[in-house]
Design a protein around this ligand. Structure first.
Ligand code: PMP
Length: 366
C-alpha cells in the first residue's frame, strides 16, 4: 500500500526514513537480544539513546548551556499545568497573551492559587490577528508572560511581519508553547525563559514532550507540588524520576537526527517559506473559491486553515483528496472547513500535490 501525503495536525506525518529505521530496529537493538522498547531505561543501550537525543536537540536548536532540557511523558497540556506550579508562587500574577484555542486551553490548566491576567487576546477579532505588542497590558513583576508561538487550529503564528517573534517582556521571563512550530526555523532561545512542545508535530511521536528551561528559573520555589511534577526533581534525575516513554524518546531522537542531516532549522525555515507561499498563493489566487481569514502578517507556516466558499462541497473535497492520496485535511471541529498541516516532515512535493488537487477540484466545481 502506498503512503499518502498526510496533512494531519498531530499526531502527524513522520519522515519515511525514520519509520523505516524504527522498523529495522524493532525486533532487536544491535545484538542486545531485545528491542529498545523492551530494555531497561537505566541500561547502557537506552542511556545512550537518551543522551544522544538530548545532544542532537541541543545542536539542532542551538540551546545554550544555561538551559536545561527535559523529556517528559504527557503532552503540552501537561506542561501548561506544570508551569504555574513550578514557576509561580502562591498569589503571584501570571500574564497570558491568548491568540487562539491552545492559548485558551493553557488558561484552563492554571492552579487557582495564581492570579491570571489576560494581557492581550485575539478573541474579539475572531482569532485572526495577534494584538500589537504595545497594546499588551503586562503586569510588572509577573511570574512570567505566556504566549503560543503557533496556534495549531487557528493558524496564527508570531511572524517577523508582526514584530519581534519573541516579544520583549523586560525582566519578566517569556514562556512559549512551541508545540506546533518548534524546529521550523532558527530561534534565539536566550529570549525565552521556558519553551515547551508536545512532540507529535515536528519532533516525533505523541506521548513525550520537550521542556527547555533557563536554569536560574528552577531556583524559584513555586507551589507545593508532587515530586513527579517538580521540574527540579526531574532534572536531577535526568527526566527519569519514573519509567520514561522510551520508545517515544528513541523515535524523537531519530527525528532530531533526520532534521540535522537535512540541514537543520535553517533548511526547514526555507522549506517552510516555500511550502507556505505555494499553499497561501493557491488559496488567495482562487478568486474566492477557497479562503483563509488570518491577517497576512501572522499567517502560520505550519497550519493552514482554509474554507471552501461553498461548504456543501466539503465532503466531496475531502473524498476526492483521499482518492488523490492526500489525507488529514479535515479542519478541527472548533473551526470547521479544511486545514493543511505542513510540518517539517511534509515535502514540498506534498504541498504541490495538494495545490494541484485544489485547482483541479475548483475546475470541476467552480
Ligand atoms: N498547544 C498547542 C499549540 C497544540 O497544538 C496542542 C495540541 N494540538 C496542545 C497545546 C495540546 O497538546 P497535547 O495534546 O500534547 O497535550
Amino acid at each position: 500500500m502506498a503512503r499518502a501525503y498526510n496533512f494531519a495536525p498531530g499526531p502527524a506525518a513522520l519522515p519515511e526514513s525514520v519509520l523505516k529505521q524504527a522498523q529495522a530496529d524493532m525486533l532487536e537493538w544491535g545484538d542486545a537480544g531485545a528491542s529498545i522498547v523492551e530494555m531497561s531505561h537505566r541500561g547502557p543501550e537506552f542511556m545512550e539513546v537518551a543522551a544522544r537525543a538530548e545532544a542532537d536537540l541541543r545542536t539542532l536548536l542551538a540551546i545554550p548551556d544555561d538551559y536545561a532540557v527535559l523529556f517528559l511523558p504527557g503532552g503540552a497540556t501537561t506542561a501548561q499545568a506544570l508551569l504555574p506550579l513550578n514557576f509561580a508562587d502562591a498569589g503571584a500574577t501570571v500574564d497570558y497573551v491568548v491568540t487562539g484555542h491552545w492559548g485558551k486551553t493553557a488558561l484552563k490548566q492554571l492552579t487557582p492559587s495564581v492570579q491570571l491576567n489576560v494581557a492581550a487576546s485575539g478573541e474579539a477579532d475572531g482569532w485572526r490577528t495577534i494584538p500589537a505588542r504595545d497594546s499588551w497590558r503586562l503586569t510588572p513583576g509577573a511570574a512570567y508572560v505566556h504566549i503560543t508561538a503557533n496556534e495549531t487550529i487557528h493558524g496564527v503564528e508570531f511572524r517577523p511581519a508582526w514584530g519581534e517573534p519573541a516579544p520583549d517582556t523586560g525582566n519578566v521571563p517569556l514562556f512559549a508553547d512551541f508545540s506546533s512550530s518548534i524546529a521550523s526555523e532558527p530561534i534565539d532561545i536566550s529570549r525565552y525563559g521556558v519553551i515547551y512542545a508536545g512532540a507529535q508535530k515536528n519532533l516525533g511521536p505523541v506521548g513525550i514532550s520537550v521542556v527547555i528551561i533557563r536554569r536560574d528559573l528552577l531556583e524559584r520555589a513555586g507551589q507545593p507540588r508532587a515530586n513527579i511534577f517538580d521540574y527540579r526533581a526531574q532534572l536531577a534525575n535526568d527526566s527519569m524520576l519514573n519509567t520514561p516513554p522510551t520508545w517515544n524518546w528513541y523515535l524523537a531522537g531519530l527525528v532530531f537526527r533526520w532534521m540535522l542531516d537535512a540541514g537543520g532549522t535553517a533548511a526547514f525555515d526555507r522549506l517552510s517559506d516555500q511550502k507556505a507561499a505555494l499553499l497561501y498563493g493557491a488559496i488567495d489566487g482562487s478568486g474566492g473559491f477557497y479562503r483563509n481569514d488570518v491577517d497576512v502578517a501572522v499567517r502560520s507556516r505550519m497550519n493552514v486553515p482554509f474554507f471552501l466558499a461553498d461548504e456543501a462541497r466539503n465532503d466531496a473535497f475531502l473524498a476526492g483528496a483521499r482518492e488523490a492520496g492526500l489525507i488529514g485535511l479535515k479542519g478541527h471541529r472548533v473551526l470547521g472547513g479544511m486545514r493543511a498541516s505542513i510540518y517539517n516532515a511534509m515535502p514540498v512535493d506534498g504541498v504541490r500535490a495538494l495545490v494541484d488537487y485544489m485547482q483541479d477540484f475548483q475546475k470541476r466545481n467552480g
